[in-house]
Design a protein around this ligand. Sequence first.
Ligand SMILES: N[C@@H](CCC(=O)N[C@@H](CS)C(=O)NCC(=O)O)C(=O)O
Length: 212
Amino acid sequence: MIKLYYGPGSCSLAPHIVLEELGIAYDSVLVSLKDGEHKKADFLKVNPKARVPALNVDGKVMTECVAILTYLGGGFADRGLWPKDTWRQCEAISIMSWLSNTVHISFAGIFRPERYADDAAVHPQLKATALSNIDRHFADIEKMLTGKTFAMGGQYTVVDPFLLVFYRWGNRIGLPMKERYPVWSKHAQRVVSRPTVKRVFEAEGITLEGVA
Ligand SMILES: N[C@@H](CCC(=O)N[C@@H](CS)C(=O)NCC(=O)O)C(=O)O
């Protein structure tokens, strides 16, 4: 039994897409972040850290996108979303770790500045710094994808839906994604054109450009 706890359009979008792509049976449970459901007792029993995603597998809970995506990719390797060779697997983990511990954290400076300073007067400064960091990270992603169909080359892997999360967030904060990151934009189009991704967007009520 596999159950994913997700917030629409949040980083949990990546494991949601991967579950759909794997074609295995799973349940999805909507946790409304805007209604604060992740901070309520029911969800805290699932993940006391009050964050999505959380993946319940036969009664055991896994948290953290990188761990969940690694589990789904490697645990269902016959579905082809995970590199075969150990070095390449570590390269995939390396990209995902950077997305999680650097790119995601820069977005927190924009979405959640109160995490870094109580004083609202300094929030604009925190946001400005976060934005310039995001500019740099996004330029690195553009370079990383140049000359490739997918993040790991020709193979579509669990890394690609994770990249899509941040592409959407770029749109969400008003960056001119298409103009500034043409290579990544083509990659994003390639990912969203998959029927599995279309189904998950519909289920979460989101589009590439926005909502949630
Ligand atoms: N490092 C965690 C981050 C999880 C995380 O921050 N999730 C966000 C949604 S993208 C969340 O639950 N936010 C709720 C909050 O900040 O209160 C991961 O990669 O899974």
